[in-house]
Design a protein around this ligand. Structure first.
Ligand code: FES
Ligand SMILES: [Fe+2]
Length: 325
């Protein structure tokens, strides 16, 4: 995981009012709940008293209450009330667990993975998806580090092999480029796969008018979109669970339906198609070793892997930068 970043970790609808929810993200057990004003709180899910999970507890106004002996926690992780000590007792500061900065935006819960700061950077999202789209969504766990799951979505070389029956039809095994462009921490990569007629693949710099090509985007540290058409997108969140697991949230965004029934139908159809494609990927990605990718993880890359190479470099750069703060 890269420090000093906003990570999308959950779909907002998973945190319902009135009930705490326990998840593992960033290799930590977390409990999230909604306060009275609807805003989301997140603290470590391990009671400082005797280690019970708070996720099985109750929400009391803005606090979450441990189901074991009733300790009540505030959103910053501090214990505010110990029933056995009486209402009047002042709770010493040592009774606390780690609290996390979380925000709800774009239908997602975002966690600040870094040191507390008075001013946090803006949450990174695709500007063009901020409004004007409806979406359907599903999620599933993959037994790989999130870096491998992301790289699979940057992989233009696998299409005819893994998706020969769906998006990789046509046996376009020869990979020109691809062209990779960065805008701060957002990568856009342009795909020009063709059939092999004995030609040499074009180098990225040789590709003219690349802007007109089919393209996809990765926003560091963990969201991705496939620009299928101006009004159709597939967006994915790769939420790090731990070193060997990733929760993938897939959304099918579309902007051309107005009637609610048609919208629902599109959501459903889009989800089915996305799921079939994702499962074609899963079969192979789950076998990759090591489960986590890094700059020097032993893979020997080829020209067509440029987006993967660039992702690895950017990850390292952001890690180094966070280490210097
Ligand atoms: S273990 Fe939570 S209150 Fe005792
Ligand atoms: Fe794929």
């Amino acid at each position: 995981m890269i420090r000093e970043q906003w990570y999308a970790i959950l779909s907002a609808k998973e945190v319902r009012p009135g009930k705490p929810v326990g998840v593992t993200r960033m290799s930590q057990k977390l409990v999230l709940w909604r306060k009275e004003d609807g805003s989301v709180a997140c603290i470590a899910d391990r009671c400082c008293h005797r280690g019970a999970s708070l996720a099985a507890g109750k929400i009391i106004y803005d606090h979450v209450m441990c189901p074991f002996h009733g300790f009540e926690y505030r959103a910053d992780g501090k214990v505010m009330y110990i029933p056995a000590n009486g209402r009047k007792a002042v709770v010493p500061d040592r009774y606390q667990v780690t609290g996390y900065e979380v925000r709800e935006q774009y239908g997602l819960i975002w966690l600040w993975y870094g040191d507390a700061r008075t001013e946090l950077p803006e949450i990174p999202f695709f500007d063009d998806l901020k409004d004007g789209f409806a979406y359907g969504e599903f999620h599933e766990n993959w037994n790989v580090h999130y870096s491998r799951a992301i790289e699979n979505q940057l992989d233009v070389v696998h299409l005819p092999f893994v998706h020969g029956t769906t998006i990789g039809r046509g046996n376009k095994t020869l990979v020109n480029g691809p062209v990779v462009k960065w805008d701060d921490t957002r990568m856009t990569f342009y795909v020009k796969n063709v059939s092999d007629e004995g030609q040499t693949p074009e180098k990225p710099a040789e590709i003219k008018d690349y802007e007109k090509l089919f393209h996809l985007q990765l926003q560091m540290p963990n969201i991705w979109q496939n620009v299928v058409a101006p009004k159709v997108r597939i967006m994915a969140v790769f939420a790090p669970v731990d070193e060997e697991n990733t929760m993938i949230y897939m959304r099918f965004y579309h902007g051309f339906m107005t009637a609610p029934v048609a919208t629902q139908l599109m959501n459903g159809l889009g989800n089915i198609a996305d799921r079939i494609i994702l499962h074609q990927d899963r079969r192979v990605v789950l076998t990759q070793l090591p489960k986590k990718s890094e700059l020097n993880c032993g893979d020997i890359l080829i020209q067509g892997d440029l987006p993967i190479m660039e992702y690895r470099k950017m990850r390292q750069q952001l890690k180094d930068k966070a280490g210097r703060l």
